[in-house]
Ligand binder design. Structure first.
Ligand SMILES: Nc1ncnc2c1ncn2[C@@H]1O[C@H](COP(=O)(O)OP(=O)(O)OP(=O)(O)O)[C@@H](O)[C@H]1O
Ligand SMILES: [Mg+2]
Length: 327
């Protein structure tokens, strides 16, 4: 059996919340609350869910940008949540994160030449000439040219900034790349060329992607497997095609029925979309299943017990009291 490149177990990340005057102490924001999944080498693993469900927190906690409150992250078999500083710096080369907002992650005061060279100076022993060469090579790989080296980030379009962000991480020769909303804010034609670039780079550099998005159409096209997150937990996980053709969890059904299609208004896809509602406040999740207040099939157990993520049909994993939501 293929060993996973990433093995995440019961991962939790809680932040200090705002709290209220009457309560005295702030509540905790349970941005991630027990997330377990594996990613296989070479796959594109999608993470979807509404705004605030914890997608970016997941990406950042995997990389150690946030220290996990609890849980384990194994990368190539090693627990990376408890590494020495030195080991963690070395590891940071191998796992890279492409920020949701590429503009803000590129230093506005630096020219592209320096932006691309800096990670190589910090993380490698390459001499100046080798650094220059690698920078040029990666710039070309993402479809930019030497003429861009002396520009500042604000002189680039949104699509070009994505390319720049990619060139920067590719310089370090990563094996796992977390792409956080990699096409948000781009118009459809630019989106298509950037997605194609991701596919090309994946083959060329032997990459594994974690693809975070709330654009289900894009995820369907790009990802081999998919995890659906709701309020800090995975509620359903499986092969992308099976999940789209036969969504089992009521939340997945709601999400898929809300995909806008030509000739159909968003949220009019089926009876599920009727109860579309609002996601819960992460500082005070309802007891039991976090989805029950929006669920059209809710039963008494849903209000009491948090459902575990359990194996279902066709290799699927589902967290629902209704036998995978079909009851
Ligand atoms: N540094 C932080 N401090 C406190 N709370 C945070 C922090 N980062 C995220 N949160 C909270 O954690 C929850 C999950 O946020 P996160 O950014 O992971 O959501 P997301 O799924 O990426 O949303 P979006 O689709 O809007 O990007 C939110 O309630 C958010 O307010
Ligand atoms: Mg996010």
């Amino acid at each position: 059996m293929t060993q996973p490149i990433l093995d995440v177990h019961s991962l939790r990340k809680h932040f200090k919340g705002s709290g209220s005057f009457l309560e005295g102490k702030p509540r905790r924001v349970k941005a991630l609350d027990g997330v377990t999944f594996q990613v296989l080498p070479g796959e594109t693993f999608g993470v979807v869910g509404e705004s605030g469900c914890g997608k970016s927190t997941l990406g950042k906690t995997l990389l150690g940008i946030y220290r996990p409150t609890e849980g384990e992250v194994r990368f190539k078999g090693r627990d990376i949540t408890r590494l020495s500083k030195r080991a963690s710096i070395r590891l940071k080369r191998e796992i890279q994160y492409v920020y949701q907002d590429p503009g803000s992650s590129l230093d506005p005061m630096w020219k592209v030449r320096r932006i691309l060279a800096e990670p190589l100076v910090i993380h490698t022993d390459l001499n100046r000439r080798a650094v220059r060469e690698r920078v040029r090579e990666m710039l070309a790989a993402v479809g930019l040219g030497e003429e861009h080296l002396s520009l500042y980030p604000h002189e680039f379009s949104g699509g070009q900034q994505r390319r720049l962000g990619l060139a920067r991480i590719l310089c370090l020769n990563p094996s796992l790349v977390v792409l956080d909303e990699p096409t948000s804010g781009l118009d459809v034609s630019v989106q298509a060329t950037i997605l194609k670039l991701f596919l090309d780079l994946k083959d060329r550099f032997d990459l594994t992607y974690i693809f975070i998005s709330h654009n289900l159409s894009v995820v369907r096209m790009m990802c081999s497997r998919l995890a659906v997150m709701y309020a800090g937990r995975i509620v359903e996980m499986g092969e992308t095609s099976a999940l789209f053709e036969r969504p089992i969890h009521p939340y997945t059904r709601l999400l898929i029925s809300a995909i806008p299609m030509i000739g159909k208004k968003p949220g009019t896809g089926g009876e599920e979309a009727e109860g579309i509602g609002e996601p819960p406040n992460p500082e005070s999740f309802p007891p039991g299943c976090r989805f029950w207040p929006r669920c059209p099939h809710e039963i008494e157990a849903c209000r009491r017990e948090v459902p575990d993520l359990r194996p279902g049909p066709d290799g699927r994993w589902i967290a629902c009291h209704l036998n995978g939501g079909e009851g």
